[in-house]
Design a protein around this ligand. Structure first.
Ligand SMILES: NC(=O)c1ccc[n+]([C@@H]2O[C@H](COP(=O)([O-])OP(=O)(O)OC[C@H]3O[C@@H](n4cnc5c(N)ncnc54)[C@H](O)[C@@H]3O)[C@@H](O)[C@H]2O)c1
Ligand SMILES: [Fe+2]
Length: 436
């Protein structure tokens, strides 16, 4: 990490401080049994539990409800969370929260469930039109007015890290693009991360969420430095996506090492409980990392990919409307992006590739983009992932629409270490069509 100190050198007008946003989380096999205790400690008496119809039938939900009953805590279950939520599904979830008069929330599920629960908590506590708190320029970008009700997040997938972030992502149907709400106040109060939940996860979901975690860590490491972002008028307006900093580096490196070691094992062997537990931990760490730094181009571009999908349906995911699982929509852009960004901070790209287990013999800064891209592609092949955007139904005729869908995501795009124009984005999407 010889590059680090230089990377954070102060620049004229740039920020001179970064905020460490630490989460209080509990990790370990069986910790979901602590749900009752933890809820009581937060003063919860009547809880809204958010889940989806798939997770509703699985053991984690039963464990949580059993623990709440044992603690004498009243609850109601909302199992209508939409996998890959939309503005409409956020609104329906918020209505349930208003009607339920809850004093606390549990989310038991993947990123879709945790994000929906954050939104339900927000809009039931501070009712407003949905776009009010949505990131500008898509939404009004109004700050969340104050603290929310306690929320205990219980992830059942291994990768989004949503339990550790103040972000809620949804598909804005009218715009055919994903967008989100971001505020430190949205972050769950705490989380119970129990790797036992991974036993029932099919391989495609382990792969997609694992690539999401890999991308969170890679984007954190290759973000623009916090010292190159303009100094904020006050610490309260320092953006949560503050750019790469020494704390997010440390956490992202740890996450990346775990992903490099365990992703392929966790995907290809469901009985490998060690690999699945380590991926669960990696997902949380990567969430802490990007929650402290922000994501950049692979995520920014993914929002257009998932909004514009026509026919793709991934195995093991709900087979209703076509959709691209989030981690897939992100990582398919990644090799193309790193080939472009490497020139801005080659040492960081090389360090990331090394951490992911790439063969570094003879690698020079000039090869950094290719080495990192090659290592990501190796993981895609080893997990039998689609080989590029063309494998999920996109082609050259979609490039302009993909660029226009990405362009409004300036908040994310500006976190990249290198500036991008619309023409650059066009080339990045072209480069992501087919890797082999
Ligand atoms: N807020 C954040 O910080 C953040 C970060 C990354 C992603 N996201 C968002 O999270 C969403 C994706 O979440 P996800 O990838 O966790 O998947 P998901 O929540 O969409 O769930 C995917 C599928 O997995 C099933 N499932 C969940 N747990 C299971 C288990 N233990 N066993 C078997 N099946 C299980 C679900 O029923 C569902 O069908 C996207 O909307 C994405 O934008 C948010
Ligand atoms: Fe993500």
């Amino acid at each position: 990490m010889g590059c680090c100190h230089q990377y954070f050198t102060q620049t004229a007008g740039g920020d001179s401080a970064f905020t460490i946003d630490a989460s209080t989380l509990t990790f370990g096999a069986g910790c979901l049994n602590e749900a009752g205790d933890q809820a009581r400690a937060l003063g919860m008496k009547r809880v809204g539990i958010y889940t989806d119809q798939g997770v509703r039938k699985l053991p984690p939900l039963e464990t949580v409800t059993r623990a709440l009953k044992a603690a004498g805590i009243d609850f109601a279950i909302y199992d209508e969370v939409r996998v890959e939520p939309t503005d409409e599904s956020f609104k329906a979830a918020a209505r349930f929260a208003v009607e339920g008069k809850f004093d606390g929330f549990f989310s038991v599920g993947g990123g879709s469930v945790m994000d929906t629960c954050k939104a339900a908590n927000l809009y039931s506590t501070y009712p407003a039109d949905l776009l009010t708190y949505v990131n500008a320029p898509v939404g009004g970008g109004q700050p969340v007015p104050g603290p929310l009700k306690p929320h205990i997040a219980c992830p059942t997938t291994s990768g989004t890290g949503s339990e550790a972030t103040g972000i809620a992502i949804f598909d804005l149907l009218a715009m055919k693009a994903k967008t989100g709400i971001q505020s430190r106040l949205l972050k769950p109060t705490t989380g119970l991360i129990d790797p036992e939940v991974t036993r029932t996860l099919p391989s495609t979901i382990v792969a997609s969420t694992g690539f999401d975690a890999m991308s969170h860590a890679l984007e954190t490491l290759t973000d623009i430095s916090y010292a190159r972002r303009m100094r904020p008028a006050g610490s309260s307006v320092r953006p949560p996506s503050q750019g790469a900093n020494p704390f997010s580096d440390m956490v992202a490196f740890e996450a990346l090492g775990l992903v490099g070691k365990y992703l392929v094992r966790a995907v290809n062997d469901p009985s490998d409980t060690e690999a699945r537990a380590e991926m669960m931990y990696a997902g949380t760490l990567a969430g802490i990392a990007f929650g402290n730094a922000g994501c950049h181009l692979p995520h920014g571009m993914s929002y257009a990919v998932s909004g514009l999908v026509r026919e793709y349906r991934a195995p093991h995911y709900p087979q209703g409307d076509p959709f691209v699982p989030h981690g897939m929509s992100v990582v398919l852009n990644a090799p193309s992006v790193y080939r472009y960004t490497a020139v801005a901070c080659p040492d960081r790209h090389l360090d990331a590739a090394h951490r992911l287990g790439a063969d570094m013999r003879g690698a020079t800064p000039a090869d950094a983009g290719e080495v990192l891209a090659g290592q990501i592609i190796k993981f895609m092949k080893a997990t039998k992932f689609p080989g590029g955007l063309s494998s999920i139904g996109f082609s050259e005729r979609d490039v302009d629409a993909l660029v226009e869908g990405t362009w409004p995501q300036q908040r994310v795009i500006k976190n990249a270490p290198r500036e991008v124009s619309r023409d650059d984005l066009r080339e990045l999407f072209r480069g992501a069509m087919a890797y082999w």
